[in-house]
Design a protein around this ligand. Structure first.
Ligand code: MN
Length: 427
């Protein structure tokens, strides 16, 4: 992926606050689906604290180089826009960048920018399928040690991308409350049915599928990046007590399918081009990926250099006016598989991916204890509670807790973020 004028760290925008914005400077330009008042949901692009109304800008003739036919892809859901692939994304990015950096365009363009605070952000796509991988190797090792002290990483882990088919119907956009699930809970006298007592978060990246593949036609790893339309944050909420009892032999089921939160902004591969890094290094003892997962360009630059964080705020902290507490910080460099490897593996048996499908990377944890992307790890299975600034403690999530995930990239004077992926626990 080549860098162009849209990655210039010196570029300035006339939109108020854009140049110092931590998430949405003019070099980011993530896609979203929004509505204002009773309007049809429509495609937008975030810039600072505004969202640019793409159909309105296109109709006003302000998106130079964008085909008018793109106007038909901009309403109700972004599946069709993502399906259109890189060429359309790049045309939109270049047009928006030119418009938002040209002071002379302000009088005509500004009326089509709305305050983010005044619009409703929707789930960007109708998600046909949601799949969750398990590529955070330190998470897999630490959780494995809790469940199987003698055998933390199973022998297949370093060879095959592990995943499970999640539930698409319960994927919700950031800000949606998350109801505590009830389920079968294990106990010394046998299982009982009740509200989960070990509700947890999982800090993950999401991968939005763009162009799909036909059933029976695998995606070569060297072409897999062409099928990725963008990235987001995903919280794969997990009920650890339900999970521990139900997960053998077929994997997670009701412990995960009650809710999955995704951030509303689709950060494009073009925006992330300056923040690519090599795939996670293998030691000489580690197996090399099998040929269908091995592509030199992907090995060299298929990883993502993103800092990811989880923040917790209890109802009492909110009432006392205290800011959220950062409970972990990790890096997407700690993913054992690249996004392209996950896509190629998913399609390697001929399974068809479709535009708007969502893939989760798996929980991102670092090797250090404070870098863990779940409470299960941070509290060692509930044995070491976290202290909150109110004097409260947490092993798992309680009613009124608000859990928020963030991701940011920073390199050579460029900085961007993903916007929050948040949910408040109800019940
Ligand atoms: Mn997960």
């Amino acid at each position: 992926m080549t860098l162009d004028v849209t990655h210039d760290p010196a570029a300035r925008s006339w939109v108020p606050g854009a140049d110092a914005h931590p998430d949405f400077p003019v070099q980011n330009l993530p896609l979203c689906l929004f509505s204002a008042e009773d309007d049809r949901p429509r495609a937008g692009i975030a810039i600072a604290e505004r969202v640019a109304d793409l159909p309105a800008l296109l109709a006003a003739g302000l998106l130079a180089g964008v085909d008018e036919a793109v106007g038909e892809l901009l309403f109700d859901r972004l599946n069709e826009l993502l399906a259109a692939g890189r060429e359309v994304r790049v045309a939109l990015r270049r047009a928006l960048f030119a418009l938002l950096t040209d002071p002379a365009a302000e009088p005509r363009a500004a009326p089509h920018l709305r305050p983010l605070a005044a619009v409703r952000l929707h789930l960007p796509c109708e998600i046909g399928d949601y799949t969750d991988f398990y590529a955070g190797i330190h998470h897999a090792a630490r959780v494995g040690a809790l469940f199987r002290p003698d055998n933390p990483l199973l022998p297949n882990y370093r060879h095959v991308p592990i995943g499970y088919h999640g539930r698409a119907s319960s994927v919700v956009v950031s800000g949606t409350p998350v109801r505590r699930p009830a389920g079968q809970l294990p106990g010394a006298e046998g299982p009982r049915f009740g509200p989960s007592e070990r509700l947890d978060h999982e800090l993950e990246l999401g991968i939005w599928v763009g162009p799909g593949n036909a059933l029976g036609q695998p995606i070569p790893v060297g072409e897999a990046a062409d099928h990725i339309a963008g990235f987001a944050l995903v919280n794969d909420w997990s009920a650890r007590d339900i999970q521990a009892w139900e997960y053998q032999p077929l994997g997670p089921f009701l412990a995960k399918s009650f809710a999955t939160t995704v951030s509303p902004f689709i950060v494009t591969p073009e925006a992330l081009a300056p923040f690519r890094c090599p795939a996670m290094p293998r030691t000489p003892r580690d197996p090399q990926p099998l040929p269908y997962l091995l592509d030199p360009a992907d090995q060299q630059a298929g990883g993502l250099d993103l800092t990811v964080e989880a923040w917790l705020e209890s109802a009492a902290m909110r009432a006392a006016g205290l800011p959220p507490l950062r409970i972990s910080q990790g890096s997407a460099r700690d993913l054992w598989w690249t996004p392209a490897q996950m896509v190629a593996h998913h399609a390697s048996n001929g399974c068809n991916l479709r535009p708007g499908d969502l893939l989760g990377t798996g929980t991102i944890s670092g090797e250090a204890p404070g870098a863990a992307g779940s409470l299960l790890e941070l509290t060692e299975g509930g044995k070491r509670p976290l202290a909150l600034p109110t004097g409260e403690t947490r092993t798992f999530l309680e009613a009124g807790d608000r859990l928020s995930l963030t991701a940011r990239a920073e390199r050579a004077g460029l900085r961007l973020g993903f916007g929050p992926c948040a949910g408040e626990v109800v019940g």
